[in-house]
Ligand binder design. Structure first.
Ligand code: FAD
Ligand code: MG
Ligand code: MG
Ligand code: MG
Ligand code: MG
Length: 547
């Protein structure tokens, strides 16, 4: 049965990469990777670079461990402790790196246009072109300002290492300036009002870090400013951390309120000037203007210009990120793959293929599915439609039999006709998850794509472990995201965690879990040692407050 290929009409027959090097043919296929973040590095690390001619392009010659960026803003961890030079990562690999920014993807001629990203320019030689057979786009995203006036000019973002260092300097600046002799009370209160726009994981973690820095270190050094410091979080929704379990949002809101961090829900920012931020309260419709010393803007992701331009070329307009299929191939493009924050996987719905699936499953052609037919079919199609497996996990059912049980209660019979079959099965589409914009997703996608590339370049790609059972056309399984849980550090050595299986854990012990997970996730022993050293240093001596 070729069930795993239902819906093939919209997908080209080959799952993507063609076989590159059969022994004897010397020309390796050219793979160009754009980006040295989570997606790009995970792909590079898992790729068998002997099988392809690999070239990496990025304006940064290092990888950043972004989950610890908020700790850099407060000086809990030093910037250099969470970066790993790309040249160290590739030193034992047959891979080339150029420090440049890709400014245009030319999908027609299979070329990328690049521009030197350094400050030191070689006149007339800044721009160059690179050809590719396969392009892996992992350029990440920008901060989304929603076109709000003054944000670009006056707010701080928290995306890159430089951003975190600037924030660290600005906090200390605010305290030093507020200590000058001829200020009014009003000036001091303004300078020491820190505003965070966005109550997502990054905004909340930053607010918590800032609160710890102020209360554990700066209060002792600037005791006379004790009553002038305030921290506010402006959130457009009704809760902070709304991508987390409700118990965690609630706990975080209570903890912030105990800590004196003011959370203003339902606030939509209208504009920012050099000294004031104005917003509208959704519930009361009231316009509010408040003075600030520093604003950190963290409200989700926007599109990089190079991606916006490319989306226009391939007709993917009115979108924020590139759409790919489940094999991470960019739709309407040839030989281009995208992963991480700049892309999203558009899974095919079971509903679209339901009659096709039914026809193939009904082996004896009697118009009904019996138990054996149903079970076999589900085992087969769940590879093509990972949402079926998610559904089964969610319902805590024991695999296919649970789903069958569910379907049978609909059909009230041991046989299912098409209507009952589709009624029972199509609800699995509601379990479709397009992965969130996280490092976890980007890293899993990078690893998946590298394994596909390795597999298809192997001598006998048609019968490797990645092959879909019963499939004559697709040689690799579709990508399927596994959510391993998420952390929300809330300050004061307290962390909330959401773990697989509906598990929520909050408190100091979870903070220790956080320390150990993030230490173990470091990309090298060097950064692991540096990060652990920074944590220890902070415990013993506190944070450094020099600007
Ligand atoms: P990135 O990692 O952003 O990498 C993009 C790369 O592309 C960079 O190297 C960049 O220099 C390069 N690039 C940019 N433009 C170009 C161009 N024109 N040409 C070539 N290269 C280019 N996720 C979690 O799962 N857990 C967390 O705890 C977590 N915490 C976070 C905290 C902060 C402060 C931030 C900002 C993010 C956090 N994330 C976290 C999200 C995570 O960092 C992103 O989802 C992840 O980095 C996405 O990976 P990526 O490869 O798509 O992009
Ligand atoms: Mg990347
Ligand atoms: Mg990164
Ligand atoms: Mg994505
Ligand atoms: Mg039948």
């Amino acid at each position: 049965v070729v069930l795993a290929d239902a819906g093939q009409d919209s997908i080209s027959p080959d799952p993507g990469v063609a076989v590159s090097t059969s022994p004897g043919s010397s020309a390796k296929k050219k793979v160009v990777i754009l980006g040295t973040g989570w997606g790009g590095m995970s792909f590079l690390k898992n790729l068998d670079s002997t099988k392809y001619d690999v070239q990496v392009v990025s304006p940064r010659n290092y990888f950043v461990f972004t989950p610890l960026l908020p700790s850099v803003t407060s000086g809990t961890v030093e910037a250099r402790s969470i970066t790993e030079p790309i040249r160290r990562i590739i030193r034992n690999k047959d891979v080339k790196f150029v420090e440049a920014e890709c400014t245009k993807i030319d999908g027609v001629n299979k070329k990328v246009l690049c521009k030197d990203a350094s400050h030191l320019k070689c006149k007339g030689k800044e721009e160059f072109e690179l050809e590719y057979d396969y392009l892996v786009v992992a350029v990440g995203a920008t901060s989304n300002t929603f076109g709000t006036k003054g944000v670009e000019q006056y707010c701080h973002f928290l995306k890159e290492i430089e951003d975190a260092e600037k924030i660290r300097g600005r906090i200390v600046d605010c305290f030093e300036t507020a200590s000058l002799p001829n200020l009014t009370d009003e000036d001091r209160k303004r300078l020491l009002h820190f505003v965070i726009v966005g109550g997502g994981p990054t905004g909340v973690e930053f607010a918590a870090e800032l609160h710890d820095l102020v209360h554990e270190d700066l209060m002792g050094l600037y005791p006379y400013l004790k009553d002038d410091v305030s921290i506010s979080v402006l959130q457009s929704g009704d809760h902070i951390l709304n991508s987390f379990d409700g118990r965690i949002s609630e706990y975080a809101e209570q903890k912030f309120s105990r800590d004196g961090i003011e959370v203003k829900m339902g606030s939509r920012v209208l504009g920012v000037t050099d000294e004031k931020i104005s917003f509208k309260s959704k519930s009361t419709g009231e316009l509010v203007e408040i003075p600030y010393g520093m604003i950190v803007w963290s409200t989700g992701i926007g599109t990089r210009p190079v991606i916006a331009d490319y989306m226009k070329q391939i007709g993917q307009t009115d979108r924020r990120v590139l759409a790919t299929d489940e094999w991470l191939r960019v739709k309407n493009a040839d030989g281009v793959y995208a992963l991480g924050d700049c892309a999203t996987v558009e899974q095919r719905k079971v509903a679209e293929d339901i009659s096709y699936i039914f026809k193939l499953a009904d082996r004896d052609g009697d118009g009904y599915l019996n138990v054996a037919e149903f079970v076999e079919t589900m085992e087969n199609v769940k590879v093509r439609y990972p949402q079926i497996e998610h559904y089964m996990e969610r319902q805590h059912m024991k695999g296919v039999l649970g789903l069958l049980n569910d379907a049978m209660t609909k059909g009230k019979d041991l046989k299912l006709d098409l209507d009952h079959f589709s009624e029972a099965i199509c609800k699995v589409d509601s379990q479709m998850k397009s992965g969130p914009a996280t490092a976890q997703v980007a890293a899993q996608q990078g690893e998946y794509l590298a394994r596909s590339f390795n597999h298809l370049a192997s001598d006998n790609p048609d019968d490797g472990p990645m092959r879909i059972r019963g499939s004559g056309l697709h040689r690799c399984k579709p990508f399927c995201y596994r959510h391993l849980g998420q952390f929300a550090p809330l300050g004061g050595e307290t962390t909330a965690a959401e773990l697989p299986g509906d598990w929520v854990s909050i408190g100091r012990s979870t903070q220790w879990l956080w320390y150990s997970v993030y230490a173990s996730k470091q990309v090298s022993w060097r950064t692991r040692a540096l990060v652990m050293f920074d944590w220890t240093k902070r415990f013993v001596f506190g944070r450094d407050s020099s600007r």
